[in-house]
Design a binder for this molecule. Sequence first.
Ligand code: SF4
Length: 177
Amino acid sequence: MNPRIIESAITAYPICDYAFIEIGDIPFKEEVRYICKTECQRYGKSWSCPPAVGTVEECRSRCEAYEGGFLFTTMTEVPDIEDLEGMLATRKTHEEITRQVRDIFVKEDMEVLVLSTESCAICENCTYPDAPCRFPDKMFPSLEGYGILVTGLAEQCGITFMNENNLVTWFSLILYR
Ligand code: SF4
């Protein structure tokens, strides 16, 4: 995979920051999963989140099957940063950009696993756990749900982020091989 092709192609999108990362540098933490379980209202409500995505160890080994990663951010202004459901509703643009960046990798003949910030919000009511996901090709599992300390990863890569004054930084991670 030629990083220059990716760097050139992403200039078409409003991406704030990006970095190519080593899979071994991804910080998987049980503590992140604990926060999902104890503090997030989406826990156990989506195919994109735990427990549906498996244990943190299962998530780690799924990721370790890939050669490298491409982490990138976009930024959105939200009406109220404390309102999770309202915040998720504003994330469609980031998810669409993520799909298009994924397609750049696919066009380069790469197999990908795409993770994105927060819980999937494609359907108004998720089918979990009663029926299979309606859009498995469009749904991106949650980075945090995989147990990844996203802010730690961003700091390691020198990626700046802001979650204040109703400005939200959305992250996506494309793993490729
Ligand atoms: S695409 Fe729909 S069914 Fe699948 S995880 Fe997202 S909300 Fe749930």
